[in-house]
Design a protein around this ligand. Structure first.
Ligand SMILES: Cc1cc2nc3c(=O)[nH]c(=O)nc-3n(C[C@H](O)[C@H](O)[C@H](O)COP(=O)(O)OP(=O)(O)OC[C@H]3O[C@@H](n4cnc5c(N)ncnc54)[C@H](O)[C@@H]3O)c2cc1C
Length: 500
């Protein structure tokens, strides 16, 4: 892997419908920042039409919040509108930095009453930048990061802007954890509401499968507790339905005994071994026990020209002796160049792929689910798809506990596939955005036929693809959207529209 590519991987990779306004509209708005000072503030409505918010309304709104209300005239406005993906450069009219559920409810009411475009920000890691908008109100929960663990009940209460590293840190104090992603500065909110895949998912399911309850502020600004017993329909919809049904100010999770150390590390292969290792990996992953997750990264470039470099990323959650025994065939069938599998603090593992919370890279991803690693897919991965060194390929190991849940038991229908396939690229110079996006699409075009459906959090998809992706759950989700958010206030997400 060349240095640039390696840096990017370190900064962004996973193991490691852009905003609803027409593009032309964003551009004109971005060129004309919102007025500030004593005057009215230019804003954008849900319909995309321009509007103005009076200075008095802004003043009253600010006075009604415990947190801060930012406008373009505030010094920290530019910092506050930055999200993880550098490609996202949007200028909201207002950013409400909420301090708690009451602020969130007031912000929702403010937007609802004025039919303002709304974005909701948790950790800010959405690839397509769903948590930032042009001209609307950003309901920003990034200051709400508290976590409280109950070690007896094995549960955690987590504020809606927390990072998954906040939860790991607090729960590991008691040798507990719940499935989350694998980059510690990702928000629990977006990750959980979309699904949430991580090292523990084959053992204990997705993040959303471990959700016990949530405090949800719906479009009418009411705060409701949502769980299997209270508002069960909304509880069903939250688990995979993204941010479509409101703002979650607080999540409650089930925790499991984990660590403090797990058996984890990488197996890296010489380019000449890539095909053999890939073939063996496909069989190994299909019969791996649920305690074991093995992801894959494929990258080109570096000293050895365009050869493909394979890295397998391993985590075993259980008795390490049993783990070592189970991993023996993988470590020896095709002998890797480097083998770093060892006992590692779970918290360290969860931070190993971290980059800065606001990335220096413009990043673009396409992804989809794959049932098995067939010879035809291996050919496509090696011969067609990954030819550009900028483009990296990943497989996330799914199945096991994820597949124990029926496709209609939660809003996330894709349960049976063994892998998620991702094609992604990151680059520093924003002038290359169009060209490099096209490179990702070119690679994806060679692979998409092997996939069916996608994980809403790891794909840039248009609305038609999003509609289809909810599959057997679409009609039920649409009916719930119509009931709880008929104006589609919460639309900057993998959107469920209130009408089919
Ligand atoms: C570096 C990196 C690593 C990743 N690794 C993984 C991984 O290992 N596993 C995995 O499953 N995914 C992973 N992802 C994808 C991740 O799940 C999504 O990017 C997710 O949307 C991040 O959530 P967030 O709160 O940080 O994002 P945000 O950008 O803040 O929000 C994402 C979406 O959720 C909505 N939302 C945010 N907060 C709330 C809230 N409190 N209430 C209601 N809606 C809300 C937003 O409106 C938006 O639609 C990764 C992403 C990145 C960038």
């Amino acid at each position: 892997m060349d240095t640039k590519r390696r840096d990017f991987c370190k900064a962004t990779l996973i193991g490691g419908a852009m905003a609803a306004l027409p593009a032309a509209h964003w551009r004109s708005f971005a060129a004309e920042p919102a007025a500030s000072g004593g005057g009215d503030i230019a804003a954008v409505k849900l319909s995309g039409e321009p509007t103005a918010i009076s200075a008095l309304a802004v003043k009253e709104f600010a006075a009604n919040l415990r947190g801060r209300l930012l406008t373009a005239s505030d010094q920290d406005y530019d910092q506050a509108r930055r999200v993880w993906n550098k490609m996202i450069d949007r200028r909201p009219a207002l950013i409400a930095r909420c301090s708690g559920a009451a602020d969130v409810a007031r912000a929702v009411a403010f937007a609802h009453d004025r039919e303002l475009l709304v974005a909701v920000r948790g950790g800010g890691h959405s690839f397509p930048g769903y948590s930032m908008c042009n001209g609307g109100l950003v309901i920003d929960l990034s200051a709400m990061r508290g976590v409280r663990v109950d070690p007896i009940a094995k549960t955690a209460r987590v504020a809606g802007g927390a990072w998954l590293g906040d939860l790991d840190w607090e729960s590991q104090q008691y040798r507990l954890a719940t499935p989350m992603g694998s980059v510690s500065n990702t928000g629990v909110a977006g990750l959980t509401l979309g699904g949430g895949y991580g090292w523990l998912s084959r053992s204990y399911g997705l993040a959303c499968d471990n959700l016990i309850s949530g405090d949800l502020i719906t479009a009418d600004a009411r705060l409701q507790r949502v769980s299997a017993a209270e508002n069960p329909e909304l509880f069903w919809a939250l688990r995979g339905g993204g941010g479509n049904f409101g703002v979650v100010s607080s999540f409650e999770y089930r925790l499991h005994p984990v660590g403090p150390q797990v058996l984890a590390g990488n197996l890296s292969y010489a380019p000449a071994q890539t095909r053999d290792a890939l073939e063996y990996y496909g069989q190994f992953a299909a019969r791996a026990p649920r305690e074991l997750a093995v992801g894959l990264e494929l990258a080109r470039g570096g000293d050895e020209g365009d050869a493909a470099h394979l890295t397998l990323k391993v985590c075993f959650v259980g008795d390490p002796r049993e783990g070592a025994r189970l991993l023996q065939p993988l470590r020896t069938a095709v002998k890797p160049l480097e083998d770093s599998i060892r006992m590692l603090d779970y918290v360290k593992l969860q931070k190993q792929s971290d980059g800065p919370p606001l990335s220096d890279y413009n990043v673009y991803v396409k992804g989809g689910y794959v049932a098995e690693l067939t010879p035809a897919l291996i050919d496509a991965l090696l011969n067609d798809a990954g030819m550009d060194p900028l483009v990296g390929i990943e497989l996330i190991h799914c199945g096991a506990a994820i597949a124990d849940v029926a496709p209609t038991a939660t809003a996330l229908a894709h349960r049976r596939e063994l892998f998620q396939l991702l094609v992604l690229a990151g680059w520093k110079d924003s002038a290359d955005n169009e060209r490099n996006r096209a490179k990702v699409h070119a690679a994806w075009d060679k692979l998409s036929a092997f996939t069916s459906g996608f994980y809403v959090n790891l794909n840039n998809a248009d609305q038609k693809a999003v509609d289809d992706n909810y599959g057997p759950n679409r009609a039920r989700l649409t009916a719930l959207k119509k009931r709880y958010d008929p104006d589609n206030l919460f639309r900057l997400n993998a959107n469920i529209r209130p009408t089919i």
